[in-house]
Design a protein. Structure first.
Length: 352
């Protein structure tokens, strides 16, 4: 394109999602849940009144907000909902990160953060994880325009206890701190319990992982009423009808079925703990995995080659070429049966 025309065009380097192959594979590459959503979701879709689709959805997503508020024991004015947590996080960047000082997030983390910072032209710095891939809390004691990190972190799967989160919050009373808890249900306590204590905290969660609804696109933030109001004002300045009617209704059913939710988590955690033992037995090394994936390398196997060999056998995992994590593969926890297919392959591959 002509430079004269180019000069006023926003050029961005977009986020690259994991592959979504359209043929049947053992799909361990995008941290989806291998189990179906709660049965109530299926019932909603089967009995759906399609006539009502002619109407715009409820712009406030009131039913879903209310179900989430009930579930977490917070006020409805403390919950914000969006089209997946990617939408919620993007709104958070736009709303809360408006300083000349850099926003801070780890060098190895969810790669969308950098994309949004670039897109919205927010200055940012990325303190390096330490040699064991842990976030160094002291790196977040300096002046900044906001902080965001996932807990557990992605793609490392390392979970930090709440005293760590609290330490970062208390050192940054004048910055908004966003804790992206996409995987917290597989890991431990949520920072939500710190919301009344720290007015600078936003907790973001999603229906895509633990609730098996990546295809529905539902995410939410929980915070104090003031910060949630700011988020809503930005959202309504952007698009007043973000969530569709079907997602709102299905989301409500998923939130209400805590028994199904807990059972699905229990199965995945059980399979994860077994998969860790199997990987250890095969000589893989990895940080303690507390999410629904394991970030592992094998000292004798090149990650690029293993990735390609797995793919050739229709087993998809995630791999980022080069850099500090170039020798690692991120393996999502599937069903026990899917993991057995993976280990049948790895057993032969590692011993060849
Ligand atoms: C999966 C993921 C998200 C986004 O999930 P949505 O499907 O958009 O809700 C956000 N943050 C992290 C760290 C994730 O892994």
């Amino acid at each position: 394109m002509r430079p004269e025309l180019m000069k006023n065009i926003r050029t961005v380097e977009p986020y690259v999602p994991g592959e979504q192959p359209q043929h049947k594979v053992v799909k361990l590459n995008t941290n989806e849940n291998p189990y179906p959503p709660a049965p109530g979701v299926r019932d909603i879709l089967r009995n759906m009144d399609t006539d009502s689709l002619r109407l715009y959805p409820d712009p406030t997503a009131e039913k879903l907000i209310s179900a989430l508020a009930d579930h977490y024991g917070v006020g409805e004015d403390q919950v914000f909902a969006g089209v997946g947590s990617d939408d919620v996080l993007s709104m958070c960047f736009l709303t809360f990160f408006n300083s000349d000082r850099p926003v801070l997030f780890p060098d190895i983390t969810y790669s969308f953060y950098k994309v949004w910072a670039e897109l919205y032209r927010i200055p940012y710095e990325c303190p390096a994880l330490d040699d064991s891939f842990r976030i160094v809390r002291e790196d977040y004691y300096r002046e900044n325009g906001g902080i965001i990190f996932p807990n557990p972190n992605a793609p490392t799967a390392i979970y930090e206890e709440l005293d760590f989160v609290e330490d970062i919050l208390s050192h940054n009373r004048d910055s908004v701190v966003i804790v992206d808890e996409a995987y917290v249900d597989f890991a431990g306590r949520s920072a939500m319990e710190l919301i009344d204590k720290y007015d600078n905290l936003i907790v973001v969660q999603t229906f895509s992982k633990a609730r098996s609804m990546a295809g529905m696109r539902i995410g939410y933030a929980v915070s104090n009423p003031e910060l949630i109001r700011c988020l809503n004002d930005v959202k309504y300045s952007f698009n007043s009808y973000t969530m569709n009617q079907t997602s709102i209704l299905c989301g409500v059913e998923a939130v209400r079925d805590t028994e199904y939710f807990n059972e699905s988590i229990r199965k995945i955690v059980e399979t994860r703990e077994w998969a860790k033992e199997e990987l250890h037995r095969l000589g893989f090394v990895f940080p303690d995995a507390r999410a629904n994936f394991i970030f592992a390398r094998h000292p004798q196997c090149d990650a690029d080659e293993l990735f390609e060999a797995l793919k050739k056998h229709d087993i998809y995992v995630r791999h980022w070429k080069g850099g500090r994590i170039g020798q690692y593969l991120r393996i999502t926890i599937g069903t026990r049966e899917e993991m057995e297919i993976l280990f049948d392959f790895l057993n032969k591959y590692v011993k060849k």
